[in-house]
Design a protein around this ligand. Structure first.
Ligand SMILES: [Zn+2]
Length: 163
């Protein structure tokens, strides 16, 4: 088995590799015709017709290659990149692609502790700024409405004294 299924087995959220691989490279590697190669691997009938017309998923490609004595990466070199891509996630902070650690939480969002800290520090900082702005405007209106009242009181007493 290729090592890429380890992460899937650990229960980490992944998108399965959706690609299908043609069986011709496997037949070429075995030095046989497509029919001969699949027959040698005990694939016959409608299954063989299906594999020949639609290609095979990575799981099937892996099994067939191993049964024929190859590693799937030898037969389909591009499949390694596809599998890495399938198990990779995009970091919410630095937006790089990363492979989650084994036994990572299913909702893992960050490539590292550093990115996790940066993200939440930024969020808290934004909230703190908002709170500071609200406090400033509260203070401003408190002082100014107090000023208006003081002016009104001053006018009232000035008029009273004049009367
Ligand atoms: Zn990151």
């Amino acid at each position: 088995m290729a090592a890429s299924y380890v992460v899937v087995a650990m229960g980490v959220r992944v998108t399965p590799n959706p690609r299908r691989y043609p069986v011709e490279p496997l037949a070429a590697a075995m030095g046989l015709t497509v029919h001969g190669a699949l027959a040698r691997l005990s694939v016959s009938g409608s299954t063989q017709a299906d594999y020949r017309s639609r290609g095979v998923t990575y799981r099937v490609a892996d099994r067939l290659a191993v049964r024929a004595g190859f590693h799937p990466a030898e037969v389909w070199p591009e499949s390694t990149e596809h599998e890495i891509d399938a198990i990779s996630l995009t970091c919410d902070e630095c937006e790089t692609r990363f492979i989650p650690k084994a036994r990572a939480r299913p909702d893992v969002r960050f490539c590292s502790k550093r990115c996790n800290k940066r993200f939440h520090y930024r969020k808290r900082y934004a909230e703190a700024i908002g709170e500071r702005e609200r406090a400033r405007s509260r203070q401003f209106y408190a002082e100014n409405t107090e000023y208006e009242r003081a002016q009104a009181r001053r006018r009232y007493h000035a008029n009273k004294g004049a009367a």
